[in-house]
Every structure is written in C-alpha cells, then in structure tokens.
Design a protein around this ligand. Structure first.
Ligand SMILES: NC(=O)c1ccc[n+]([C@@H]2O[C@H](COP(=O)([O-])OP(=O)(O)OC[C@H]3O[C@@H](n4cnc5c(N)ncnc54)[C@H](O)[C@@H]3O)[C@@H](O)[C@H]2O)c1
Length: 471
C-alpha cells in the first residue's frame, strides 16, 4: 500500500518508519526543509532509541522516502496520515488546529483517486468533521474518507509502543476506509493487537480521555506523596501497595516533580476547554492542571529548604533537563519552571542532560551547560536530579560527594534510597519519603559564596553530620 505521512516529527517519523517496516511504501512529508534535508542525508533529527536503525533499513530497502513536496506524495497515496502538531493555542489553551487545517487544504488540492485521510494528530472531537468539510468544500467530487486513528506511543519507547500497541483505535463509519486502515495495521493485528472500531468522534475522545486519565493518576500520587511527607509514610510503598490491586495497576504511580512533555499538559488543557464549551465542566481535570502547574515551580522549595530558604549565591547543579529519559524533547519539561524558580531565588544554576542540551539551549537562559554529571556537580552546594536518565541511577557517590561543596542531593525521581544516601554522608531530600535531615537545620552560617571551598566543605560536613545523626 502507498502511504503519505504529513508531518515528520516524533509521531510522523516513528509511525512512517514503522509502517514502512510492515512492508508498505511510505513517503514522509514535512514543510521543514532542514529536517527533510537531514533525513535525506541519513541524519535523524530527533533522539529516539532504535529509530535510526529502522529508518536506515527501510530507506535502504526503498520503502521509506522523505520530501517537502506534499502534493507529489498525496497524488500517489492510498492513505494519507495527518501527523502535524496540535500545540496549545497561545492565549486560551484550546488545541491549535491551524497546522491540521493547513495540511488538510494542501491534501485536498492534491487528491486524485479514492484516498483515505487519517488523522493521527491528537485533535478535539469534531476535528475530523471539519477536515471532511474542508475537503468536500474544496473538492466536491473527491472520493475520500476521513478517519480518526489516534496515536498512543510514548517518546523514549516509541518504536516498541508502535509495534506492540495495547490497542489500535480506528474511528470511521466508512467500510472501505475501515478495510484500508485495517490492512495498514495487518501485521499488528496478526500479532493479536486488539483493534477497536468506533465512530470518528468516539476515537477522537478516546485519545483525550486516555491522556487526561493518566495525567490525573500522576497528579493523584503526587498529592499522596506530599501527604506521605507530612505523615511519615513512604510513597514508594503506598504506590506498590495500591498498584498491586489489579483494578488500579502499577503504571503512572511514580511520584515526581509533575508531568510535562508534548502531550499531557496541552491535552488536559484542550479537553477542559472542549468540555467547557459543552457546558460540562471537568472539575477533576481542572484540579489536575492547577496542581501540576504549581508543583513544578514548588520543587525549588525542596532545594531552598536545605538552606533555610536562602539560595542566593548558592550553586545548584541540575541533572536531567528533558521531560523524561530517552528523549531530547524539552516541551513543558518540569526542569524549566524549576530552574526559573531557582534563578528567581538567586541561585546560580549549572545543568547537564545526556541528550537534551541542544533543545534546552532554546528554552533555558542564564545557566551554565556542563560536560557531564561530575563536571556539573563540581563545587555545587546542591544537586537536583530532575530526569531519571539511566546514567544518573548509578553515579559514583563517593566521587560526587568529594566534588560537591556541600553534599546536598534533592532527588525528584526517588532513584536513590534515603538510607544509602545517609550512609554516604549526603543530606538527601526526595519525594514522598522523609528527608535524611531536618531541612531548616542545614543552614550553614559560616558558608558564603566567597568563602574558600575548604571552609564551605567543612561547614557543610558538620551540618550534614549533625542533622543526619552523626555518622
Ligand atoms: N510526541 C508524542 O509523544 C505524541 C504521542 C501521541 C500523539 N501525539 C500527537 O501527534 C501530533 C504530532 O506530535 P509530534 O510530537 O510528532 O509533533 P512535532 O512538532 O514533533 O512534529 C510535527 C511536524 O509537522 C510538521 N508540519 C506542520 N505542518 C505541516 C504541513 N502542512 N505539511 C508538512 N509538515 C507539517 C512540522 O514541521 C513538524 O516537523 C500531535 O497532535 C501530538 O499531540 C504526540
């Protein structure tokens, strides 16, 4: 089958490469000529594990092509996927559908024989109707069917998710279109991936409801984590205790600095707006959004708490910038409001991320970019683990402690054990578990940014030893 994929971003490129891998002939289209140029010279413009291999092998086999010429790709296609961005609209939080509708107009102009237009972008209910209306208005005689086929892949595990989906949702009442989309996914169907046939509107809502539910689940455990800290309970054990209940399930119960990324924040916002327009306010989601927004910035207080609220002049090392590991995506990453808050409190911020530094440079100002985790923590008064990259899970703690001016670690992903950190001589704060110190006691009066490192280290060591029980 011949496929055109309009939009060659995180979703379009992964979907295009995987569909080519199923044996179809795919042309990925993007209006960003630099991106297409890079792809045509063998470079992958995003970081996604396993993507390079699958792109290269399908290009070699002649099944995967890249172009900026949308109409050429559409003319010969049996099916055209729309996988362009649907960011939050500036000012009001509705989904910005301008990219979808612009792509639709370009597709409409190029349609020839029977073509199935498939919306893979996450779009509010009714967008498929509008896509169809635009096409019929521009091309009244076009033989076309418009389908909703939302995508559920996760960045960082995108290839696996695309090839092993929990379900494939196909939203259309048109039998011919149903057959075409089913044929595209036939290899997955043979692998027993459940296919859910629904109406177009239902398919559109399934995607938003899924993301909104997961975002709510994260926010729920984050609030339980805050309560754990007050009550002396351990959120890791609470998560396990409730997650083992099959009605609840263990996923998305990791307490942290708040959800970010290219989907959850904007999709929660867009669903709230859609519901308001229908006079069905989504109170739970409104709370989820507010709680999550304030949480990211509030994480800075976990750092300042170690210094009696005074961060002015302190050097803070931030380990991990991307919104999650195994991606270079910085969209709505919790690191950004956290770092801004640290800077507002007067801290000097040093940062390191294994793959996100280039993207980070576009959104973070006034920070020092470092070469690696050890370079980043050198002479730092505190280190904050923001993204749980694999390489941060096994840091040489002795080296870390020796390099830091003050051994304070704030672990926003709970990747270390408080007992181990205490044994290693760190003042350690995390999420939903008691810190190894009484934060306010860690204030070190003799230390100022101008004191010598030896004085600072000695003062910090004394303070940490005193508050963490003397060992
Ligand atoms: N990123 C994810 O993990 C994920 C997961 C599931 C669903 N989604 C949804 O998929 C959609 C795409 O997300 P993304 O993260 O891949 O976005 P992205 O910003 O990475 O990519 C979108 C691409 O579309 C291109 N584009 C825009 N208009 C175009 C046009 N008229 N013709 C050709 N190219 C055009 C842009 O240049 C860009 O490269 C969104 O609706 C998103 O909500 C994303």
């Amino acid at each position: 089958m011949r496929i055109a994929m309009i939009g060659t971003g995180y979703v379009g490129l992964v979907s295009g490469a995987c569909i080519a891998d199923f044996g179809h002939r795919v042309t990925c289209v993007d209006k960003d000529s630099a991106k297409i140029c890079a792809l045509n010279s063998g470079e992958i413009p995003i970081y996604e594990p396993g993507l390079k291999d699958i792109v290269q092998s399908n290009v070699r086999e002649g099944r995967l092509h890249f172009t900026t010429a949308l109409s050429e790709a559409v003319v010969e296609a049996d099916a055209v996927f729309i996988a362009v961005g649907t960011p939050s609209r500036r000012g009001d939080g509705y989904a910005d559908l301008s990219y979808v509708y612009n792509a639709t107009r370009e597709i409409a102009a190029a349609l020839t024989d029977f073509t199935v237009v498939i919306t893979k972008s996450t779009v509010p209910v009714g967008t498929g109707d509008e896509v169809e209306r635009i096409i019929r208005e521009m091309r009244p005689n076009a033989d076309v069917a418009v389908v909703s086929n939302p995508e559920f892949l996760r960045e960082g595990a995108a290839i696996h998710d695309f090839k092993h989906p929990d379900r494939i949702v196909i939203g259309t009442d048109d039998e011919r279109a149903q057959r075409v989309v089913t044929e595209i996914y036939r290899p997955l169907y043979l692998n027993q991936a459940p296919i859910l046939y629904t109406s177009r509107r239902t398919a559109e809502l399934i995607k938003y409801a899924a993301n909104a539910f997961l975002a709510t689940k994260i926010t729920f455990i984050n609030e339980i984590a805050d309560l754990c800290e007050k009550l002396g309970a351990d959120v890791q054990e609470v998560s396990r205790g409730i997650g083992l209940d099959k009605r609840i399930g263990p996923k998305f119960l990791h307490a942290g600095p708040g959800f970010g990324g290219s989907c959850f924040p904007k999709d929660v916002r867009a669903l709230i707006k859609t519901a308001q327009d229908c006079d069905v306010p989504m109170r739970i989601l409104e709370a989820t959004e507010t709680v999550n927004d304030t949480r990211k910035r509030a994480m800075a207080r976990k750092v300042s708490a170690a210094f009696a609220g005074v961060l002015r002049g302190k050097a803070v090392a931030v380990l991990g910038l991307t919104f999650k590991p195994n991606t270079d995506d910085m969209r709505e990453a919790p690191s950004v409001p956290l770092i801004t808050a640290l800077q507002d409190m007067g801290a000097k911020v040093r940062v390191y991320d294994p793959v996100g530094m280039e993207q980070a440079k576009q959104v973070l100002a006034g920070v020092t970019y470092c070469q690696g985790p050890y370079d980043c923590v050198e002479d730092a008064d505190a280190a904050v683990i923001v993204t749980e990259w694999e390489q941060f899970r096994a840091l040489d703690l002795e080296r870390l402690r020796d390099l830091m001016a003050c051994p304070v670690i704030v672990d926003l992903r709970n990747i270390y054990s408080p007992e181990d950190m205490k044994k290693q001589g760190f003042a350690y704060a995390c999420i939903g578990r008691a810190p190894t110190f009484q934060p306010v006691n860690l204030y070190v009066p003799e230390y100022s940014p101008s004191s010598s490192r030896a004085i600072a280290v000695a003062a910090c060591d004394r303070a940490v030893a005193q508050v963490s029980g003397g060992d």
